[in-house]
Write a protein that binds this ligand. Sequence first.
Ligand SMILES: Cc1cc2nc3c(=O)[nH]c(=O)nc-3n(C[C@H](O)[C@H](O)[C@H](O)COP(=O)(O)OP(=O)(O)OC[C@H]3O[C@@H](n4cnc5c(N)ncnc54)[C@H](O)[C@@H]3O)c2cc1C
Length: 385
Amino acid sequence: MGESEDITEIRRAVRALCADFPGEYWREKDRSRAYPSEFVDALTRAGFLAALIPEEFGGSGLRLDAAAAIMEEIQASGCNGASAHAQMYIMNTLLRFGSEEQKRAYLPGIASGELRLQAFGVSEPASGTDTLSLRTVAVKDGDEYVVNGQKIWTSRAEHSDLMLLLARTTPREAVKSKTEGLSIFLVDMRKVVGNGLTIKPIRTMMNHSTCEVFFDDMRIPASSLIGEEGKGFRYILSGMNAERILIAAECIGDAKWFIDKATAYAKERQVFGRQIGQNQGVQFPIARCYAQMRAAELMVHHAARVYDQGGNPGAEANMAKLLASEASWAAADMCVQTFGGFGFAEEYDVERKFREARLYTVAPISTNLILSYLAEHVLGLPRSY
Ligand SMILES: Cc1cc2nc3c(=O)[nH]c(=O)nc-3n(C[C@H](O)[C@H](O)[C@H](O)COP(=O)(O)OP(=O)(O)OC[C@H]3O[C@@H](n4cnc5c(N)ncnc54)[C@H](O)[C@@H]3O)c2cc1C
């Protein structure tokens, strides 16, 4: 099925912007583990990061399929959208559940680039994937909440003004279901860094600007609460479908990049007096990755369509993320194999993209947890944990 002219035009515009950020730019950032501020600024100025913000708040009011196309093209161009993708997927929680007052207070600033909404504080060191066991607490004290606890893997915390934070507001023992009693806050980090909030970067195998964050009697206004107290887990789950679809679109972009690189190299590299791509042992893995990527791409488009029609595509978003992350990782591995020794050399960018692509079968949700979701919620098998 063909896509709309608008989306084709968005893809062209994203590609044009990304052409100003070639491999050398990313290699330099990767070497020094520096945040690609110039790239994020360019995306912001062009309005791409405000794609999902309604026009009345200064954004372009596009649907999720357009946002997915933006993220896909960034990755397919060899850039790394992980520096900015949270703004897109966090946005949904604020858009769907934020009050009119919160939207007026923050969305125009986010749309103009004056404010950055890039940090998402859910994961904790002790609870891991078992989000409902998180230990960070927010206790109401007059017209404030006092937050204590710790988050891990809070990516871009050093490069964001706002953080969407999930914390427990009612003790687990005091609620009927463990999904109750959690709340979502939009924290203005500018007011609390060094004053209850401490951020510590974690060095990882790829350049991802991820951090640990510590809350020690961090006081935030009660107006930071999004929606109703205690309903935060429901809100976050709804936002997570958008997140999974957008990450899946990024994986499709990565897979396309690896397939294009490998195809071009297989045509160009001569060994034994002929192109390596003439050998079926080299062709077939590329062709297989292409088929795998195209199948995953269909599921990503389908999930985005269901989301845009107002549905709650839990199964589709999870399957899109599962299939796309596996397609991009298979393509990454195939690309290194096709390049032989040069796949390991920094100047070809393959090894950098290989390290970057590895993340997505683990985060933002691991493959096992998706399989577990499908087994239980789609196939009706017994809950395993
Ligand atoms: C670079 C990076 C950036 C990240 N950015 C963010 C961010 O911005 N915000 C945020 O909140 N989080 C972020 N995360 C966290 C990420 O979402 C988690 O790492 C991911 O969900 C896996 O959780 P975990 O690391 O605690 O693994 P664990 O829960 O410790 O799991 C370890 C392994 O055991 C498996 N496992 C656990 N339980 C089961 C089970 N019942 N059945 C089968 N297998 C199981 C998992 O699949 C996994 O493979 C980031 C992580 C990384 C590495």
